[in-house]
Design a protein around this ligand. Structure first.
Ligand SMILES: NC(=O)c1ccc[n+]([C@@H]2O[C@H](COP(=O)([O-])OP(=O)(O)OC[C@H]3O[C@@H](n4cnc5c(N)ncnc54)[C@H](OP(=O)(O)O)[C@@H]3O)[C@@H](O)[C@H]2O)c1
Length: 242
């Protein structure tokens, strides 16, 4: 099976993993519908995609806006939620509750609302793919907050697959992927971190957005895979620090 001929909605589809997924979906014959908050970001992403792509600028944390969006676009086959957060990282002793709350709001609650708001419009044979993170599956110091956010999402995947079937529910769990998400760090720090990761993981490089997009399209397109969290982390889970 494949996503060819389907409509695939990607929340967080204007950058990084989401944009790579839109590109791959389009190449596979699907019609991507992308969403991001920034109107300029949306325009620039649509310029890079083909005429089959469309999209809207909205904040997926705003449930009425999300409900309006899904009502406007009507029925579709596949939902991918790749919206990012960022808050909630740092050593546990100094982690403020407000920071963790901001991280939960930006990622856990956004993905939760997207999945719930999409349901009335999702085809019976369709799918939901969430994007969690390797932080929920590794033991890195300073990532307990991110582990909590992504772990909460990961924990929902299997029960949702059983509750919502025949709609399939899966997630990808990316490791370190070179996307604009990392541009919030100074360039030198980012380069050092990426070099360290490349030394550490068995695949000897950081991930590309296309690596994750490929896994997302597999999960969306395969009609017999549900309740799965697919690690796309270059082997980060078992790696020892370089
Ligand atoms: N990059 C990595 O190493 C990595 C590792 C593990 C997990 N992940 C996860 O992968 C997902 C994608 O990350 P990425 O690296 O591709 O990040 P990215 O390049 O920063 O892209 C994030 C996308 O989400 C959109 N977005 C964020 N908040 C939104 C909101 N409230 N409503 C609508 N759109 C929103 C952004 O557009 P606007 O800013 O215009 O809204 C953008 O299109 C995230 O869930 C991230 O946690 C990434």
């Amino acid at each position: 099976m494949s996503v060819s001929g389907t409509r695939l909605v990607i929340i967080g589809g204007t950058s990084g993993i989401g944009l790579a997924t839109a590109r791959a979906a389009q190449d596979a014959g699907a019609r991507p519908v992308i969403v991001g908050r920034s109107a300029a970001g949306l325009r620039s992403a649509l310029d890079r995609l083909g005429p089959e792509a469309s999209g809207e600028a909205l904040d997926a944390a705003d449930r009425p806006a999300l409900d309006g969006f899904f009502a406007r676009i009507g029925s579709f086959e596949h939902l991918v939620v790749a919206a990012s957060g960022g808050a909630g990282a740092g050593p546990f002793r100094g982690l403020a509750r407000a920071d963790l709350q901001a991280g939960l709001d930006a990622k856990f609650w956004v993905q939760w609302h997207c999945a719930q708001a999409a349901l009335p419009h999702l085809a019976r044979t369709g799918s939901i793919t969430l994007v969690t993170a390797a932080s929920a599956r590794v033991g890195n110091p300073g990532t307990s907050g991110l582990a909590a956010i992504n772990g909460a999402l990961a924990a929902m995947v299997l029960p949702l697959a059983h509750e919502l079937g025949p709609v399939r529910v899966n997630a990808v769990s990316p490791g370190v992927i070179d996307t604009p998400w990392w541009d919030r760090q100074p360039a030198e720090m980012k380069a050092r971190f990426f070099e360290g990761v490349a030394r550490t993981v068995p695949t000897r490089r950081v991930g590309r957005p296309e690596d994750v997009a490929d896994a997302i399209l597999f999960l969306a397109g395969n009609g017999y895979v549900t309740g799965v969290i697919l690690d796309v982390d270059g082997g980060l889970r078992g790696a020892s620090p370089g």
